[in-house]
Design a protein around this ligand. Structure first.
Ligand code: GAR
Length: 186
């Protein structure tokens, strides 16, 4: 995570409430001040800080992440508001096992500032998507989406609030659908 961690928390709550059969081995953050850290502490989840400012390029950041994850014996990675572009270095280590959440109805509004893009293009419907990560940004297989109406009076923050409500509902299903795939199901 890179931000406030509301989706990270939604995953934790789904696990606690028996809606997702999973175990979170650790939280990796690239921002030492992000809200997700507080949530991890609250639930005694190990925290690893990989500050991107200490790295000259994306591959170097990914190498640090790979080294850390090697210690935790993980099955997959969930980017729950991870605001760095990942490279093939990381993806090749976890093929089909990196899941991302994006605040638009992909393939619309890929990349940065998806909610601003949606408002500026005056779409009537936007939403959120959970997808498998591939190297090309926000282009991997879509697992689940939720649609949200855009109102005339919406601004970025009102729309973001409604998108996040939906994200919290679909993120765990997206993770489960991805796991069925990487474990060889249909
Ligand atoms: C989420 O809304 C997610 O869609 C977005 O960051 C937010 C994190 O919120 N991700 C991206 O924009 C990725 N390109 P959170 O920290 O409260 O979960």
């Amino acid at each position: 995570a890179s931000g406030k961690g509301s989706n990270f928390q939604a995953i934790i709550l789904d696990i606690i409430n028996g809606r997702l059969d999973a175990e979170i081995k650790c939280l990796i953050v690239n921002n030492p001040n992000c809200g997700a850290i507080k949530i991890a502490k609250q639930y005694s989840i190990p925290i690893e800080i990989v500050d991107h400012k200490n790295h000259n390029d994306r591959e170097s950041l990914d190498r640090e992440i790979i080294n850390i994850l090697g210690e935790y014996n993980i099955e997959a990675i969930v980017m729950a508001g991870w605001m760095r572009i990942v490279t093939s270095k990381l993806l090749n280590n976890y093929p089909g096992r990196v899941v991302n959440l994006h605040p638009s109805l992909l393939p619309s509004f890929k990349g940065n500032k998806a909610i601003k893009q949606a408002i500026e293009s005056k779409v009537k419907i936007t939403g959120c998507s959970v997808h498998i990560v591939k190297e090309e940004v926000d282009s991997g297989e879509i697992l689940i989406q939720a649609a949200i109406e855009v109102n005339q009076e919406d601004n970025e923050s009102t729309l973001q609030a409604r998108i996040q409500e939906q994200e919290h509902k679909i993120i765990s299903t997206g993770i489960a659908l991805a796991a069925i795939k990487w474990r060889g199901g249909k």
